[in-house]
Ligand binder design. Structure first.
Ligand code: HEC
Ligand code: HEC
Length: 140
């Protein structure tokens, strides 16, 4: 009987220790993002809020018909994936096109070009364009 009580107490104690470790890790990794800001932004504003960044990222997912892992590994700040570098060029020219060529036309055109304008849920808009123009058939 006494042994059982000791077993149960040890079990609970180990459980509590593991739980507190888990909470510790969780709060630490969350603070990394919210307090330090993002670590490797080369195009987007460095002081962008987490909400704004996430809504942009979700927009990329939707526009290209992909998940986050199309451009990212587990570490979102890493530049391991070539797709992330392509996306940087895309963000840059989309912003430039809006600012230089569309905004001057009028206020309502200043954000006329979006990723989805070309991508429409696909990573290969050129394929869609070729299919539309029936160039594939002509080549065969
Ligand atoms: C089409 C490619 C693409 C997709 C899809 C994408 N991202 Fe990103 N993400 C980028 C690029 C490019 C940057 C870096 C922007 C820069 O350099 O200013 C970035 C940066 C980030 C960062 C900042 C990392 C840091 O500390 O520098 C986070 C966090 C992030 N993305 C999360 C996500 C999440 C979560 C998703 C899915 C909901 C997602 N991304 C989907 C391209 C993408
Ligand atoms: C003016 C048209 C246009 C706009 C706007 C545009 N893209 Fe693209 N994007 C392309 C074309 C064309 C390709 C080459 C795709 C192909 O091979 O068919 C491409 C390729 C890509 C790729 C590589 C796709 C792959 O195979 O993995 C990524 C990532 C990408 N774009 C992200 C974006 C993001 C993010 C935005 C918005 C910030 C964006 N693009 C806006 C035309 C565009």
């Amino acid at each position: 009987m006494k042994k059982n009580v000791i077993y149960i107490c040890t079990f609970l104690l180990v459980g509590f220790i593991l739980m507190s470790f888990n909470n510790h890790f969780k709060s630490e990794s969350y603070q990394d993002v919210s307090e330090d800001g993002f670590k490797n932004l080369k195009i987007l504003p460095k002081d962008i809020s987490k909400d704004s960044l996430m809504s942009l990222m979700k927009g990329y997912n939707q526009a290209l018909g992909v998940k986050c892992n199309h451009c990212h590994t587990m570490n979102k700040a890493s530049d391991e994936k070539h797709e992330k570098e392509i996306a940087r060029h895309m963000i840059k020219f989309t912003n430039a096109l809006n600012a230089n060529e569309f905004a001057p036309i009028g206020e309502k055109y200043k954000n006329a070009i979006e990723c989805a304008t070309c991508h429409r849920g696909s990573t290969k808009p050129m394929d869609d364009t070729r299919a539309f123009m029936s160039l594939k058939e002509e080549k065969k």
